[in-house]
Design a protein around this ligand. Structure first.
Ligand code: ADP
Ligand code: MG
Length: 612
């Protein structure tokens, strides 16, 4: 048997570094967080060669006393918590005391610091694990940390890195999050000597502009509201604005950038009626909850959090967002239609084009009655937050908790003040046997008659499906198929869902299923393909989500039955379409194309150069 050795601190730090410091961006993250914790309002980040040759972070925070410098580099040395109780209400970003020693163990690090009340500053060097004694030096108030030759002694780690450009990209995206999440801190970010991003610490709008620019700001609602003790502040994409992936979903919880499933599903579900498959909402949100309602001490990289009460968080966000979106739907404007086309080519570094901020949709309702944030259970076990969140979301899907939670929370009505007054929609005419033209106030609306009708039919199909108004048509000969044990259990657990879909299915012996009828609207349905598809995804499916699976089918059906472009419509048909359109200018066709496009008088005036 081999002997058990106690690891030297040298080896221990190197192992710990592997967990905390994965790449240059991890160094930047830890150091900037330290600067924020030190109450800095100016933080400068400069990197060279993707951060591999050098990372320099300079702040104007509280600084570190000369006699504390050495301590800061020792493992588990932190000034942020001292007693176990402190762990229950963590308000700072760092608290484990492992960042500086971990960075020091894989780089050459210099710390220069001067607390405000000191006449001189001091500096200290560490290389690998050798720490020098601090000496006096000339330096501004605050702290400067220089990290050179990252991973010089960890060749294996270095192998897993991306290219310098790739690492630089990671850092840049991190800095954008810092800017958005700390709008009152001024950041300056330089790459190889050039300023790449700069914010001015004068509020959220300004921070948003320095990252995304004016055109995207105009595609967003500003939200500021408080409900159930949760304060929500930030920018959310209008119902018609979307991104091609999730990278533009930024959430800060009590100042900490988090990725949390409860939050993301609440928001995604609120957007679901507006967006189609592979369209993702855009948002930058600052959420605040009482610190004792969140547990942050759950993940080494601290990107997920655990809520004492998931249901309140989900329900609150879902209802707030649903309300904003449903009360502020409008057609795609000509301008945003263009922007959407361009920005979906992933150009998020777009710079502001003018200084004046022209957006007008401000939703403010901070006058909420503040409810006490209930915390019925406070478990001390922090290990299975992910399991717990997953379980919660599964239950949610199963029991349609969405609706229930929504109702509970909607007890207090008037979540948001209504801002859009219903305008009258006047039918102007049909053009090219394809487009219906309407006037409302000083706006013109062009509706695509096929897309509009298609969408109406699609909604009808979904509705009858949800109300279980489905007629099944039996097969002449039933379809029987074999499955393995895993597949058998999965299908058996989902038999109810399939039957609700109008699919008559039952077990047939120990390893087969028999399908004897299909919903009538799926007459041209390939049963084999359908089940092959479900079983192929078995590893990733929690349960069968019938609506999702059938969505494409429904869309096809709606498309086939809808009036076509080129059809001349009767007055009755037009009236019918107009009726639906009145409340639904934000509609999209089931394939995600817009149904209505808005052209404002200003747009037209610009064409004729009446205004510039
Ligand atoms: P933690 O942030 O978890 O406390 P670190 O290893 O990141 O651990 O930092 C150790 C300590 O060094 C901090 O608790 C803080 O007292 C001090 N420190 C680090 N960076 C700064 C800074 N930029 N300004 C002031 N103090 C700092
Ligand atoms: Mg820290």
């Amino acid at each position: 048997m081999s002997k058990i050795n106690l690891l030297s601190s040298k080896i221990y730090n190197r192992i710990a570094a592997g967990e905390v410091i994965e790449r240059p961006a991890s160094v930047v993250k830890e150091l900037v967080e330290n600067s924020i914790d030190a109450k800095s309002n100016y933080i400068e980040i400069e990197i060279f060669n993707g951060g591999l040759s050098s990372i320099i972070i300079t702040d104007n925070g509280t600084g570190i006393e000369k006699d504390q410098l050495k301590k800061a580099l020792l493992p588990h040395a932190t000034s942020k918590i001292s007693a176990l109780n402190d762990l229950d209400a963590i308000a700072t970003l760092g608290f484990r005391g492992e960042a500086l020693p971990s960075i020091a163990s894989v780089s050459k690090i210099t710390i220069k610091s001067k607390p405000l009340n000191q006449q001189f500053g001091a500096e200290i060097h560490a290389e690998g694990d050798d720490i020098s004694s601090p000496i006096d030096c000339a330096v501004q108030d605050g702290t400067q940390i220089i990290v050179d030759n990252l991973f010089f002694n960890a060749p294996v780690r270095a192998k897993f890195l991306k290219s310098e450009k790739g690492e630089e990209g990671e850092i840049t995206s991190l800095i954008t999050k810092f800017i958005l999440g700390n709008p009152n801190i001024s950041f300056k970010y330089l790459v190889d000597g050039k300023v790449v991003l700069q914010s001015f610490g004068d509020g959220l709008e300004s921070a948003f502009l320095s990252v995304y620019g004016l055109s995207i700001l105009n595609e967003c609602f500003y939200v500021e509201t408080e409900k159930n003790g949760i304060s929500v502040k930030g920018y959310i994409g209008k119902p018609n604005y979307y991104k091609a992936n999730r990278t533009h979903q930024t959430v800060f919880l009590n100042g900490r950038n988090v990725t949390n499933n409860t939050i993301n599903s609440a928001i995604s579900n609120a957007y679901a009626p507006f967006l189609m498959k592979r369209q993702y909402p855009f948002y930058v949100l600052n959420l605040s909850l009482p610190v004792d309602a969140v547990d942050v001490n759950v993940h080494p990289n601290k990107t997920d959090v655990r809520f004492i009460n998931n249901q309140i968080v989900y329900g609150t966000l879902y209802s707030v967002f649903s309300k904003i979106l449903s009360e502020n739907r409008d057609a795609v404007s000509l301008e945003s239609f263009e922007i959407q086309k361009n920005t979906n080519k992933e150009n998020h570094q777009e710079k502001p084009t003018e200084n004046k901020v022209g957006y007008d949709t401000h939703i403010d309702n901070s006058l909420f009655e503040k409810l006490v944030f209930e915390s019925p259970i406070k478990e001390s076990d922090t290990s299975d937050v992910f399991e717990e969140n997953k379980r919660f979301l599964q239950e949610l899907e199963k029991s349609k908790l969405t609706e229930k939670t929504d109702k509970i929370i909607d007890k207090e009505e008037n979540v948001l003040t209504e801002i859009e007054v219903e305008k009258e929609l006047i039918f102007v005419g049909q053009a090219l046997n394809t487009y219906l033209i309407y006037q409302s106030g000083t706006d013109l609306y062009f509706a695509d008659q096929h897309a509009l009708h298609e969408r109406i039919l699609f909604d009808k199909i979904i509705e009858s499906f949800e109300n279980k108004n489905i007629v099944s048509q039996p097969f002449l000969t039933p379809y029987v198929f074999n499955v393995n044990t895993l597949e058998f259990n999965f299908l058996q657990n989902n038999v109810d869902i399939l039957q609700d879909m109008g699919i008559e299915i039952c077990t047939f012996g120990d390893n087969s299923f028999k399908v004897s009828a299909l919903p009538i609207f799926l007459a041209d349905f390939n049963v084999k393909k359908f089940f092959d598809g479900i079983l192929a995804d078995i590893g990733t499916l929690k349960s069968i989500n019938a609506k999702d699976i059938l969505r494409d089918k429904f869309a096809q059906k709606a498309c086939k039955s809808a009036i076509k472009s080129g059809d001349k419509l009767s007055k009755e048909e037009i009236d019918e379409l107009t009726k639906v359109l009145k409340n639904n200018l934000a509609l999209k066709c089931p394939h995600g194309r817009p149904v209505v496009i808005k052209i404002t008088k200003t747009d037209i005036d610009k064409w004729f150069k009446r205004i510039i």
